[in-house]
Structures are given as structure tokens and as C-alpha cells.
Design a protein around this ligand. Sequence first.
Ligand code: ZN
Length: 399
Amino acid sequence: MRKLISQVVGCGTRLTISSWSDSRRGIGCGGDVVAARLNEIAKESGGKLQVVVDKFEMTSARTGDKPVAMENVYAILPGTDEKLAKTVFIVSGHMDSRASDPMKAELDAPGADDDASGVAVSVECARLLSKKPTNRATLIFAVVSGEEQGLLGSTHMVEWVAQQGYKVGGMLDDDIVGADPAAGAPHRVRLFSGNGEIDDADSSSRELARAIEEIDGRAAIRMVFRVDRYGRGGDHYPFYKAGLPAVRFTEPLENYDHQHQTPRAENGVEYGDLEKYLNFTFMGDVARDNAEALRQLALAPAAPTNARLTGAVTSDAKISWAAGEDEDRAGFEILWRETTEARWRVFDLAMSAGETVLKGVSTDNHFFAVRAVGKNGARSIAVPTEMERRPPPLPSPKQ
Ligand SMILES: [Zn+2]
């Protein structure tokens, strides 16, 4: 990871609107470094990992409102299960960097933390998981461009994934995951997830965050129930807005002198996103946390669908859900939690999909969800139940 970061930082700037053809300076130089490393890993995998360079054009205010050529790189590790192979779990970092002025390619923009660190995490996950692949679902290790010009590469990736006929099982965005300067490091990496828009049922992104915390442990992950930091955005956002499960990993406490700053010294303060501020112990932990979450999620059966809660104004809660055939599935866990609780608990087990009656359980005092469990012990993300119809307590019309 250290070598890869050093090489891409050596490209001077990786501003998306810098040169794609100059092999020594600009984003093309960074792209070459990453593609070469992924191809090396692909070779070591005996050809199981496939590297795809996706070229496209995007337009935004930060491309001067003109279409600009861009590239994303995807390393794809196909799933071994026929039915699950069209489900993808994605880890992504962004190749591009920026200086104080996001329109000036002549300024240096080392971007060691933002986001060479995320690129290194994505590439390291490719290395770790392609050595002896076990994934039933497909894994994509992505390195995208255009983040700093308006999440352009990631917005394009949402479309690309759909065009390939993939269903997104989960998207892990790693952006600014390289530094942990406070005493006592390594600290927990932050994991941001948006609420969603359905009353009484969290978004699939929140459920992805819960699954990752459960896999990696509370000592490793600090869940933040918020789509992102205030005033900031990231590549998980286009996925989240499309209703797909997507979360963002970010270091514990950011130093804004070291982000989006042209390297310089001013009044005794050093500005710039430089390699010397990185903490490789912390970053290695983040890479392993991502890889282990991807490994387990890609081993799990498909998440249930159509999870419903009925039984309002009765003494029993009724939960129903659907699921396709999967002979490697052991069954389902019915989950519940207090409405004030952050995390699920297992309420009961069910062998097959359909309806389960929770005797003597009120619909009103808990939230409910269902997840699938494999014979290998791997669990899908939880699918919260939605109330099919919840008549509002309207006042009776005046006569
Ligand atoms: Zn970033």
C-alpha cells in the first residue's frame, strides 16, 4: 500500500481535468500505476481477477461545463455461485486529487490521503481476496475518477453496473482513510450511512453499515448514522440516492490543512495532503476491515425480499418475506431491536421463507428485520420489515 501510494503521489497531480496521456504527470500517470498493479495481482490470481478499464465522458461545472474524458478501473472477481454471480459487492477509492483550486492542473495535488489511501485499500482488498477466492457473489475492486469534479466517476459506475446486469449487494466507499494522528492510534474508522426515506424502516445502506460493524467488531468500526460529514460528499452518495446499499469509510478525525490544499507553508503552518501524515498501521486495519466484510458478505446467501410486518392492532406481530432457492442456505434469522436501539438482536430462526407469527409480540414496541444465513455461517445484510398499510389516525370528518 505504501509503494502504491508513493507511486501515485509521484504523478504530481491527479486532477481529473489534467492529462490522461502524459505518463509522468497527471491523472493518466496515476491510472497507469493502478492498472499495472491490478494487472500484477490479476496475474498472481491465475487469471481469476479480470481488469476492466472503463472509458467515458462526463460534464459538470467543474469540467468547465464541457464533456471531459474519464476512466474508471474495475478489477472483477466473478462469483462462483450461478445465481449469486450477478450480485456484486464493490469496494471503491477515487484516483483523482485536487489542489486548493479544483480547476488548475498546474498546481501540485499529492492527494496521499484523499484519496490515494482509499485507492490503496481497494487494491489491497483485490490482493487479499483474489489469492484463494471463496466468493459466491461477485466482487468489484474499483478505482474511479472525477470525484472532486462532482462524484462523476461514481455516478457513471452506478449506470455501468446496471448495464452489466449486476445487482448491487453493497458498496463500500473508502475516502480519506489514511491518517490517524491522535495519540492512542489506531482508533476506530468511521462508517457513515444514510437514514433512507421510509418511515420505521432504515435504508439498506444503514443495514450494510450494521452488517460491517457486526463482521469487523465494535472495536474496529465507529458507525455514524449520517450520510456523510456536514458539507462534504463522497462516491457512496450516487449509489445511496439510487436506493442501493452504500456506505463511506473515513478516518477518525480529519485535518483540513491536509486536504484539498496546494502544498505550501503559510504563517508557519504546513498545508498539503502529503505522505508523511499517513498512518500505515491504521490504513492496514481499514484494508483488512473492508476485505473481511467483503469476504463474508460475498459468501452469504441473497438477502430476503419483500419483508413485511402485519398484525397491527392485534396481540401478535406477523412477519413475512420472500427468498429464492439456495441449497447452501441454512435458513433465516428474524431480528428485532428496541426502537431506541442502534443494533439488531436475533429474535428467532426460521427454516423457510413465508410468514412467521411472533406470539404475544406487539408490532409497536420494536423494529423487525429478516436476514438469510448460509450453511457456512455467513449472513446477508438485514432487510427491515415495512408495514403494508398504516392508516393515519385522521379526525372524523365534520358533519
Ligand atoms: Zn475524497
